[in-house]
Structures are given as structure tokens and as C-alpha cells.
Design a protein. Structure first.
Lengths: 255, 172
């Protein structure tokens, strides 16, 4: 299968092995091969190689985690998915805040209608995270500077989310966005650990006082929720749990 | 996101090709963890494109998305020292008992190493043909290369592997 001047029929020998030749050309080739040592050698090599490549160890099944991810992805969606969460997405917020607010309110009403009995907050938070990834739209305001991100939220929310940067601790801020959760606009701060995004969802707490962090895992995602500064905060990501816990610890400790 | 009930679900369409997608990703990025990230990314993309998927050739459709996600991941890691070196452990059989089948395994991992060292265009063409049994036309569609290019890449990949095997057998 080497040499400078190769037989022009070699690619046909290969095509024959791959079942890409019609019967007529295969018959012609068989005739040629009888007289061509080079094509005979190539044919033998190709058969040998095919046999070696049958080795099962060269193939590997997908890990269970990917099956779970696929299942979680295609689980029956609650009707809330059909209220087109993307209508409240950024471009329209910027283009027409009034219209967007109306749509957000409509989406909120739809949420309220579809979730009359206490929402599964873990699922909602993970949905929000996945939706942002699917839409390829994590940030409405893209900036690693908290002095840009914080003012961006002003006038869009009835509270001021604390924007902290943890870049020197390996969790750089990359931006923020607005979402709707249970019918109210919320702030989402976007951080990164390596290539993995971490979403930090923030809204005013319904209960009084601070609350310690509670971790919950589902479908390969980790969520950590706590109360601080009169706000409810949810961190959600697919980073390892220990990393998300470290992120939350650093975030809470940063003034 | 989910269509009318008469249409197959996203999971039903993709699940039969999940192993194929993972295998392709693993041979392209040559690392199990990275391959898992690539397929996860591909699943997210595939779900986004699913409403416009026409239902013909789901395998080619999904493998093309995996392939593109793998290339995106490789272009991200380009420039990182060592990122292009094959993780040979990721290509060996983890379940194999090292004592029991040393010689057999050695031949096998050598072959895995030879495949891993092929240029990525040759490697993907070989994997799609030999492991996924795809036609030249399907490979051309997935890789965006003309059929003639598919044939010559396949030929070069096989020639290099056959030479490497012959050389080893002579050394042994």
C-alpha cells in the first residue's frame, strides 16, 4: 500500500471493500485485480485492517450521565414552556421596555395560572438555567465590570441586586440578564468557572432574616439557595458541587 | 419544544445514536471528559434545532451536530499546551484486566494510539466509515467534504494504519 507510482485503481479497490461499487464495475475490478499485484496487496491490507478495527474495545458506550441528560432534556415540559419565555428576552427589553413589561406580566400570569399549587423551585431554577443555555443567551448585559452590570439593572427592577465580582477567586462575572420567575422579574448574575456558566438568580425574599445555604442536585445540575440582604438567592450550574459551594461561600463573604 | 404527539419525541430520535455520537466525540477530542462535554453541548444544540429537523436520516443529523460541537471545542482548546496530545488512557479499555490480557490489549491500544495520531480529518473519516458504517455520501454530508476528498482521506488513513500495523508485526 505504498510506493510512488500508485495504481490508479486503488481507490476503486477501497470503494469495492466499502460496498460503493455497482456490480458491473466490481466485476471489472475483479478482473483487473487478478493481474495487478499492487491492488492485490491493497485488498489484503484493507481486509486485514477491517478485521482489526472490529475490536470491540475501540468502541465505547455513552456514559449514563449523558443518557440522563438526554432524558432530562426531553422530559415532558410543563405548559409554562409554551408561554414562549423568549418573548421576554433582552432585545425586546431594550427595544421597548413597556411592551416587554407587558409581555413579562403576561408570562407571569401564565405561570401563576399553570402553577397554582406551590411551584417546584428547583425545577424552575434549573429550567431557567437550561433555557438560557439553549437560547444561547446568558447575558443581556455583557461585562466583566460590576460597575457596568449594576447600573444596567436600575429602572428595570424594583430592587437592586448586589453585583459582586469574584474574578480574583476564579469566578469572574461575565454579565447579567432579566428573567421572570413565578410571575415577577428577577435579576440573574452570570459568572463562570472555567468554561462552565454559573447563574445566580436574585429576587426580594418573602421571608424575614437570613437563611443558610441549602444544596440540591438534580439531573446533573446543582442548585444552592440561601437568603441574605433581604434577598433570596439561587446559584445553579453544572460545575461540580464542591465548586458551586465554594462559589457561594466566596460570594456570601464578599462585601 | 415538544411537537404534536404523533411526532417522535426528541429522546426517541436521538437516543439510538447517543453511543455513536459519544464515540465520534471521543475519537475527535481524545478525552472522555471532553467528549462528554461535547455531546452534552451537541444535545443542547440538537434540541434547539429539533423543531426544524425533517425526520430523514436522524443519525447523520445528530452526528453532524456532534462533529461540529467537537470542532468548536477543539478550536477553543487550541493553543493550550498539551491539548492536542492524545489521552491514551482514554482510548484503552477501562474494564480490561491488565494482568489477564496484556498482549492482546497491547495490540489493541497500539491500534487505538495509531488512530488517535491520525490528522483529525483523516480520523473522523475513518471513524464514520469503519465504526458507524456510513456511506461515502453520508460522510461527505457530515464532514462537508466532496466525495472524492472523503475517498482520498479514507485511503490515506487506512494506508497509514496498515503501515503502522505491518511495522509493528515486523518488530515483534
Amino acid at each position: 500500500m505504498n510506493g510512488v507510482a500508485e495504481c490508479p485503481m486503488l481507490l476503486l479497490v477501497q470503494a469495492d471493500i466499502d460496498g460503493e461499487l455497482d456490480a458491473g464495475r466490481a466485476a471489472d475490478l475483479l478482473q483487473h485485480r487478478a493481474d495487478c499485484p499492487e491492488c492485490q496487496a491493497a485488498y489484503a491490507d484493507l481486509l486485514m485492517l477491517r478485521d482489526r478495527l472490529r475490536e470491540p474495545a475501540l468502541r465505547e458506550a455513552a456514559p449514563e450521565s449523558l443518557r440522563q441528560f438526554l432524558r432530562a432534556q426531553s422530559a415532558p415540559q410543563p405548559p409554562v414552556r409554551h408561554t414562549e419565555p423568549r418573548v421576554i428576552r433582552p432585545a425586546r427589553w431594550r427595544a421597548n421596555a413597556g411592551l416587554a413589561a407587558g409581555l413579562a406580566l403576561a408570562a407571569g400570569l401564565a405561570l401563576a395560572v399553570y402553577r397554582p399549587t406551590g411551584p417546584d423551585m428547583v425545577a424552575l431554577v434549573i429550567d431557567d438555567h437550561v433555557r438560557a443555555l439553549q437560547a444561547g443567551h446568558l447575558e443581556d448585559v455583557v461585562s466583566t465590570d460590576r460597575h457596568t452590570v449594576k447600573p444596567w439593572f436600575e429602572g428595570k427592577l424594583d430592587f437592586a441586586p448586589p453585583v459582586k465580582d469574584l474574578a480574583d477567586r476564579q469566578y469572574p462575572l461575565t454579565g447579567g440578564r432579566l428573567d421572570v420567575m413565578n410571575g415577577r422579574p428577577i435579576a440573574v448574575l452570570v459568572y463562570r468557572r472555567g468554561t462552565h456558566p454559573i447563574n445566580l438568580l436574585v429576587w426580594p425574599a418573602a421571608e424575614q432574616g437570613d437563611a443558610d445555604a441549602v444544596t440540591e442536585n438534580r439531573n446533573g445540575f446543582t442548585t444552592i439557595r440561601w437568603r441574605q440582604h433581604g434577598l433570596t438567592l439561587w446559584a445553579v450550574s453544572d460545575v461540580e458541587q464542591a465548586q458551586l459551594e465554594e462559589f457561594v461561600r466566596l460570594w456570601r463573604a464578599t462585601p | 419544544m415538544s411537537g404534536p404527539s404523533s411526532q417522535p419525541s426528541f429522546e426517541a430520535v436521538v437516543l439510538p445514536y447517543l453511543d455513536a455520537g459519544y464515540n465520534l466525540a471521543r475519537w475527535l477530542v481524545r478525552d472522555r471528559g471532553d467528549a462528554e462535554d461535547v455531546v452534552q453541548e451537541a444535545l443542547v444544540r440538537a434540541l434547539t434545532y429539533f423543531p426544524s429537523f425533517r425526520g430523514t436520516n436522524p443519525r447523520g443529523w445528530f452526528l453532524q451536530i456532534v462533529r461540529n460541537a467537537a470542532y468548536a471545542s477543539m478550536s477553543l482548546s487550541r493553543g493550550i499546551p498539551g491539548a492536542e496530545l492524545p489521552d491514551e488512557d482514554a482510548l484503552a479499555d477501562p474494564a480490561d484486566d491488565p494482568e489477564a490480557a496484556l498482549i492482546r490489549r497491547r495490540g489493541r491500544t497500539d491500534l487505538a494510539r495509531h488512530i488517535a495520531r491520525l490528522e483529525v480529518e483523516l480520523r473522523e473519516t475513518l471513524i464514520l466509515r469503519e465504526f458507524e458504517d456510513l456511506s461515502y455520501k453520508e460522510i461527505a454530508q457530515i464532514t462537508g467534504a466532496p466525495i472524492g476528498t472523503v475517498m482520498s482521506r479514507l485511503w490515506r488513513a487506512r494506508r497509514m494504519l496498515a503501515l503502522a500495523i505491518r511495522r509493528e508485526e515486523q518488530d515483534a
